[in-house]
Design a protein around this ligand. Structure first.
Ligand code: NAD
Length: 427
């Protein structure tokens, strides 16, 4: 029988392990190990050719004890309700670990937007909202873009929601274009957040960032901004990798005396694909895609895909690596994590390291609700404060109890949600 990976089972296993560790009471466990609420529905979409296509849509609200549910909407042909459940659960922990007053949610539609015209996509977005208009909203559940959805989709969804409810409610949804109630700083927030946790980690290790080098997997939104912030701290990025669509393979681009981020961005497509000929002209060495991981560096930032640091790849890391900041979601398998543990590498877990994005989305919602918008430095400073405080709390607990950052982050997040469930008197 073919093995199929089920992220919901993984999410539940991770939760069970921490629930055991903190001896969580049975009724709270029962509430937290599954979603509080799920909506499954059909969305009929009139096609441009006169026919009608019917798509299956979902919204999962894993937990809203700490505040309205928050999470993206994915359009994907292989979407499953179990993927949406897992992602909703992870959103609950991510919002809790950075201590923003939101719960966890996620939505999806089984569809391939590449096969839909713009008008059909608009009808799909409006149809999704029509199915859920009473169950989402600024005070209930706040969607956002995710895989194959973007700011344009969010505006159609907002318009449908406002048409149904008869008013202007920009706080209903985040990821809006800046001229339609989006926030400044969202583009940078996730990658800069990775930079902020790196700053804290190096400070804790009493290592001067100026004496360190780093390699990153990916050169898209997260990696570019993580690299920028790390270089602003004084560090030197010596290698980045990316996928090359034309060659259907990945490459690592290395420059031992330091990558010029702005120059490299100028030869990178919107999909994070670096032009390899131009890069070679600029003096970059072209190495195999996996080589980012075995560079002689102090810092590694996986910021592209899941499942990259494994039992096989982790032993390839140089003995010099001190810190791994997980920019991507789920870049490390449990076996890869074990190897890094044995080597004493400080691993900053994904749901803390990349939480700058959701933190900034929370600030978008706050600004939208009050209909007053901050300048970019103010937004980013607030993101820095939240991420830094979260890092310090997790690190303090890890030190106190002799835990790794990942376990400490889970304990803090689950305890916060459990506490809200208790204070509300749900159990
Ligand atoms: P992106 O699409 O902007 O960039 C992805 C990058 O990964 C591209 O440079 C691409 O070439 C590269 N890549 C793809 N396959 C590769 C391979 N085999 N080897 C090396 N590089 C490869 O995506 P992004 O927004 O930067 O997101 C990256 C990761 O961060 C994802 O796991 C995403 O879920 C996670 N994340 C993103 C955000 C956000 O705000 N963008 C927030 C939280 C988490």
């Amino acid at each position: 029988m073919a093995f199929s990976y089920n992220p919901y089972h993984t999410a539940q296993r991770q939760f069970d392990a921490v629930a055991d560790l903190i001896d969580l009471e049975a009724p709270i466990r029962e509430i937290l190990r599954q979603p509080m609420r799920e909506y499954h529905f059909s969305i009929p979409v009139p096609k441009d050719d006169g026919g009608v296509a019917v798509f299956r849509g979902f919204r999962v609200q894993h937990n809203d004890a700490r505040g309205p549910a928050k999470g993206g909407i994915r359009f994907h042909p292989q979407e499953t309700v179990d993927t949406v459940r897992a992602l909703a659960m992870w959103m609950t922990w991510k919002c809790a670990v950075v201590d923003i007053p939101l719960g966890g949610g996620k939505g999806g539609v089984i569809c391939d937007p590449h096969h839909l015209t713009e008008r059909e996509q608009e009808r799909l977005c409006r149809g999704w909202v029509r199915q859920l208009a009473r169950d989402v909203g600024p005070e209930l559940d706040v969607p956002a873009p995710d895989v194959m959805t973007n700011g344009g989709h969010m505006v159609w969804m907002l318009d449908e929601y406002e048409t149904i409810h008869g008013g202007r409610y920009p706080g209903f949804i985040t990821g809006k274009p800046v001229d339609m109630g989006g926030t400044l700083g969202r583009t940078e927030a996730t990658g800069f957040g990775v930079g902020y946790v790196l700053r804290e980690a190096l400070d804790e290790l009493a290592v001067n960032p100026g004496d360190t080098t780093a390699a990153l997997q990916g050169f898209g939104n997260v990696a570019q901004h993580a690299a920028q912030m790390y270089q602003e701290l004084g560090g030197t990025v010596v290698a980045v990798s990316c996928w090359h669509q034309g060659d259907k393979t990945a490459y690592t681009f290395r420059k031992r005396d330091g990558v010029d981020i702005e120059a490299l961005k100028s030869i990178t497509s919107v999909y994070g694909d670096i032009d390899k000929e131009k890069a070679q002209d600029m003096g970059y060495e072209l190495l195999p895609g996996d080589d980012w991981l075995c560079q002689e560096v102090d810092v590694l930032v996986p910021a592209a895909l899941e499942g990259q640091i494994t039992a096989t790849s982790a032993p390839e890391m140089s003995g010099r690596v001190k810190v791994v900041a997980e920019g991507a979601n789920g870049p490390t398998t449990p076996e890869g994590d074990e190897v890094m543990k044995e080597r004493g590498i400080l691993v900053i877990p994904d749901f803390l390291a990349n939480a700058g994005g959701v933190t900034c989305s929370y600030f978008e919602q706050v600004q939208s609700n009050m209909n007053y918008y901050w300048e970019k430095p103010e937004v980013l400073e607030k993101v820095d404060t939240k991420i830094t405080n979260a890092y310090r709390s997790v690190s303090a607990l890890a030190d106190k109890r002799g835990l790794r950052m990942r376990d400490a982050a889970y304990i803090i997040a689950i305890n916060r949600v459990a506490q809200a469930v208790k204070r509300r008197g749900w159990v």
